[in-house]
Design a protein around this ligand. Structure first.
Ligand SMILES: O=P(O)(O)OC[C@H]1O[C@H](OP(=O)(O)OP(=O)(O)O)[C@H](O)[C@@H]1O
Ligand SMILES: Nc1nc2[nH]cnc2c(=O)[nH]1
Length: 177
């Protein structure tokens, strides 16, 4: 099935049914690994909103959820771009953290996110991403424990992911053609 978003063509790649099936399996794993550990799921906005909402429906152990956004601003001396976590109102010290991403592409976002989270001294940090582009990845992450689908190095849209701000509401995931 083909669709057009903002004058660009996309074709169906992963159906919502496939996503739901995969989420059930990831949920089972997480429920086992984190039983009695009360993890905190941290979703990185905007793209993760649909994935994290569906993932949490598969989590049956005691756990917390919050969303953060990565923001950049000029430092006082206007030299360095400083990346800041906004929206985090939990103390992560000693907590079991699971960072939730819709996609890990180059890994730049995750690299920054990990640095910021680790500085808050959690007991552990794992990454759960719906999509991973292994061929685009510029770093190796030992924390990358839960991956929904490994995909080719193509631009994708839908299920939270946007193209020029559009397409986040699509249930299925599409790739550019
Ligand atoms: O591995 P990378 O190459 O860093 O790409 C991955 C990031 O790109 C997307 O976010 P984006 O910055 O597009 O913001 P959005 O979530 O608001 O769409 C996605 O949600 C990841 O956070
Ligand atoms: N929508 C979208 N955002 C991204 N951010 C990094 N890679 C991608 C991608 O393939 N699609």
């Amino acid at each position: 099935m083909k669709i057009e978003i903002d004058h660009k063509d996309f074709e169906l790649m992963i159906t919502h049914e496939q996503v739901k099936k995969r989420l059930r399996l990831i949920g089972i794993q997480l429920n086992v690994v984190y039983e009695n550990r009360v993890p905190i799921f941290i979703g990185v906005l905007n793209g993760c909103f649909m994935f994290l909402a569906d993932l949490m429906k598969q989590i049956h152990i005691a756990s917390e959820v919050c969303f953060v956004k990565l923001a950049s601003y000029e430092g006082e001396n206007r030299r360095d771009e400083i990346i800041q976590l906004i929206g985090l109102n939990h103390d992560l010290k000693g907590r079991e953290v699971i960072i939730v991403e819709d996609i890990v592409d180059t890994g730049n976002t995750l690299r920054r996110m990990l640095d910021l989270v680790k500085a808050l001294e959690p007991a552990s940090v794992a990454i759960c991403t719906l999509l991973l582009k292994p061929d685009a990845l510029a770093y190796q992450f030992e924390e990358l424990a839960y991956v929904g689908f490994e995909i080719e190095n193509q631009f994708v849209v839908g299920y939270g992911l946007d193209y020029n701000g559009l397409g986040r509401n699509l249930k299925d995931i599409y790739r550019a053609v």
